[in-house]
Design a protein around this ligand. Structure first.
Ligand code: NAG
Ligand code: NAG
Ligand code: NAG
Ligand code: NAG
Ligand code: NAG
Ligand code: NAG
Ligand code: NAG
Ligand code: NAG
Ligand code: NAG
Ligand code: NAG
Length: 246
């Protein structure tokens, strides 16, 4: 009897290890291939960035936290460093334009001299949109030269017309070797908004994986409980039989 009770924590330990490895392997496969910027200094505040067309109707809506990571030449240290800059929603102005094939969101922080532009493209044949272009220009006082970088051949944040794209988990979007964006609790819809509201959300892979982990661990635990229970019942029957023969 005591033997069986001792086995239980060991098995639990195994499940815990399984859970940890699963989480790590998922995180590893989802991370885009990039030189890892340093750990962020703090999570950026989540803000609404809306665009209204001439009509007064909202044609693009984003609700997210944004963090800029740039490899720049530091003026004070006199060498290349990764600079991390959070976008502060109440200091950031959004502007832009929408048409049926592309939507542009331009974020400006005059205090920090940041211009960050997103271009979303709609593929009319598939009815899917994606983030196709990001550009940044900024001039920080502690950075030697004004920074500027852009990439017009990106392929991120896939969504379907009439729906929004959502990613609760932190996401890293490499733009160039020297510039990547971190998004936090992102929800965006660059096309086909109705009534100033997000459409049905399409969740990113990272979020779906994270919802799967508790399910897998739960199923493993349930299976384990069953095995222990069966083993206990069999064991009890056997020892009963043992007593009868004596
Ligand atoms: C005005 O809004 C309506 C409905 O939202 C839309 O069909 C129309 O294209 C808009 N017109 C302009 C000029 O944006
Ligand atoms: C990246 O940044 C480093 C240092 O800040 C600079 O020397 C290099 O030219 C940059 N590379 C590109 C492609 O801009
Ligand atoms: C910045 O970019 C340069 C050139 O791409 C690279 O050699 C250097 O290692 C980078 N700096 C950091 C801190 O990653
Ligand atoms: C901007 O947000 C910060 C943090 O939430 C707050 O401390 C600050 O007072 C706000 N500034 C303005 C002008 O609203
Ligand atoms: C946004 O821009 C308008 C005019 O261009 C300006 O009056 C306003 O203060 C700006 N808001 C922020 C948060 O920068
Ligand atoms: C999205 O809007 C475009 C016009 O801007 C329209 O042609 C298309 O049918 C709409 N798609 C959906 C799924 O509502
Ligand atoms: C739209 O998607 C289809 C299928 O993926 C692709 O063949 C086509 O080139 C895309 N069109 C545009 C304008 O990107
Ligand atoms: C941001 O854009 C505005 C308007 O186009 C421009 O005047 C300003 O110089 C830009 N700032 C930077 C840092 O590029
Ligand atoms: C733009 O992004 C694509 C896809 O991530 C990448 O292959 C390409 O090297 C990038 N271009 C530049 C100039 O960084
Ligand atoms: C953007 O739209 C949302 C939803 O309609 C609204 O709650 C929010 O106040 C808007 N934000 C701005 C800055 O216009």
């Amino acid at each position: 009897m005591t033997h069986r009770i001792r086995k239980q924590p060991l098995s639990l330990c195994f499940v815990a290890i399984l859970a940890v490895t699963l989480r790590q392997s998922c995180a590893a496969t989802d991370a885009p291939p990039t030189a890892a910027p340093p750990t962020p200094t703090g999570q950026p505040e989540r803000g609404y960035y809306n665009i209204t067309n001439g009509n007064g109707t909202t044609c693009l809506m984003a609700y997210m936290g944004l963090q800029i990571n740039v490899n720049v030449s530091s003026g004070t240290l006199n060498k290349a460093v990764w600079k991390v800059q959070n976008l502060q929603p109440n200091r950031t102005n959004s502007s832009g334009s929408c048409d049926s094939e592309s939507s542009t969101l331009r974020l400006t922080d005059e205090q920090n001299k940041i211009n960050l532009t997103f271009v979303f493209s709609m593929n009319a044949t598939t009815n899917k949109y994606r983030l196709s272009e990001v550009s940044l220009s900024a001039s920080w006082p502690d950075v030697k030269n004004p920074f500027s970088a852009s990439n017009r051949s990106l392929d991120y944040l896939h969504g379907t017309a009439g729906r929004s794209y959502m990613c609760r988990e932190q996401q890293n979007l490499p733009v160039t070797v020297n510039f990547s964006l971190n998004t936090f609790q992102l929800q965006v819809q660059p096309f086909n908004l109705t009534g100033d509201q997000f459409g049905t959300a399409e969740e990113c892979q990272l979020d779906e994986d994270n919802m799967l982990i508790p399910i897998i661990v739960g199923a493993a635990l349930a299976g384990l409980v069953l095995v222990v229970l069966v083993a206990y019942l069999i064991g009890r029957k056997r020892s009963h039989a043992g007593y009868q023969t004596i």
